[in-house]
Design a protein around this ligand. Structure first.
Ligand code: ATP
Ligand code: MG
Length: 337
């Protein structure tokens, strides 16, 4: 568990003073996959470096598994740091060492017995699906495979938390997917808390339970991914969700708005995403529906379906149709352009 209270981090002094974190409060529970998203310069890396104990916060409190880390000695900090595994954007592998040696490295530093290390490395490489590559060098692996090595290394010393700083930003979409699946798998199998720093909302939507949106050193919004998706309160949250949200091409918009009817966005959560509300609505209220856009996504272990539809018919029937959807807890927004 990570409990952060009123965390402030400033760099430099006088004219050069930069307030990177201006009072952050966060509560990350054990076993969560927690996303931290923000634009460049928002303070993501500063926050990560405070959480992984590489940077001393200016003030505030950080408790990791109940232990306040603000007053620890250097030696104690080194010990605590082992509880946190790091996964980096550019993998940070030892290029002149084999895959085996890369994964063994943190355990060697920790002075674990040789036999233990051998067994553990094989176990870890098996977990990330690279056992057959153990004698190869990083240059012989693809980006996704390198990141698998990075993940095996991060969990070598059995940390309670792993922090991924833009871990998939250098990978193509398919490889990103397989790495996210691996992280999800590790979270489930080993119960490790995962903190994901990213600027990509897609990553957050795919694997995070909760998300904090960081803006200019402050948390703009924070909560369940699906809650923020459905009801973003701040402009920054809206902009993050909009960028991956249903966007209609201009000409489709125009066509949809020609003539009568209204265009709505309907969001279906959980089982509702597969229930036939639209067809029932059509048959019950004698309206016509054209589907302009639709998708189904996973969000904090839920299915979330989004449909943009145009409903035509008598005004009264359209009204009743929308009422019907709302009564069934479908979230309805009128789309305007
Ligand atoms: N070591 C440092 N010395 C001085 N200023 C710093 C230092 N590290 C970060 N900053 C400043 O703190 C602010 C937050 O930077 P940070 O690197 O945490 O942002 P970020 O969200 O990680 O951005 P990016 O997405 O570009 O990596 C920026 O204004 C940055 O210039
Ligand atoms: Mg950064």
């Amino acid at each position: 568990m990570v409990l952060i209270e009123n965390l402030i981090k400033t760099y430099g002094e006088g004219q050069n003073k930069v307030e990177a974190l201006k009072g952050i409060d966060l509560h990350i529970e054990k076993g969560e996959i927690f996303g931290i998203i923000g634009l460049s310069g928002a303070g993501k890396s500063s926050l990560v470096r405070c959480i992984n104990l590489l940077e001393k916060p200016t003030s505030g409190s950080i408790k990791i598994d109940g232990l306040e880390i603000m007053n620890l000695s250097k030696k104690e900090l080194r010990q605590e740091r082992k509880k946190i595994g790091m996964v980096f954007q550019h993998f940070n592998l030892l290029m002149n060492s084999t895959i085996y040696e890369n994964v063994a490295f943190p355990m060697k530093i920790d002075k674990k017995p040789k036999e233990y290390i051998k067994k553990r490395v094989e176990e870890l490489l098996d977990l990330v699906g690279l056992l057959d590559k153990k004698d190869m060098y990083p240059s012989m692996l693809s980006g996704g495979q390198k990141q698998r090595v990075g993940i095996a290394r991060a969990i070598a010393n059995s940390p309670s938390i792993i922090v991924c700083d833009e871990a998939t930003s250098a990978l193509d979409p398919e490889t990103t997917q397989s790495i996210l699946n691996l992280l999800k798998d590790i979270n489930k199998k080993l119960g490790i808390t995962i903190i994901i720093i990213t600027h990509e909302m897609d990553v957050v939507k795919q694997i995070c339970n909760k998300v904090a949106i960081l803006e200019k050193g402050k948390i703009a919004e924070y909560g369940l991914v699906s809650d923020i998706f459905i009801n973003p309160k701040t402009d920054i949250a809206k902009s993050f969700f909009d960028s991956v949200d249903v966007k209609l091409e201009n000409d489709i918009y125009q066509k949809a708005l020609d003539g009568k009817g209204i265009v709505i966005k309907a969001i279906f959560i959980g089982e509702k995403s597969t229930a036939p509300y639209i067809s029932r609505m059509i048959s019950t209220y004698n309206v016509e529906v054209s589907i302009l856009l639709g998708n189904i996504q996973h969000m904090d272990d839920n299915l979330v379906g989004t449909l943009v539809i145009k409903i035509t018919g008598a005004d009264e029937d359209i009204k009743k149709s929308i009422e019907y959807l709302k009564q069934n807890e479908v979230i309805v927004e009128e789309v305007s352009y």
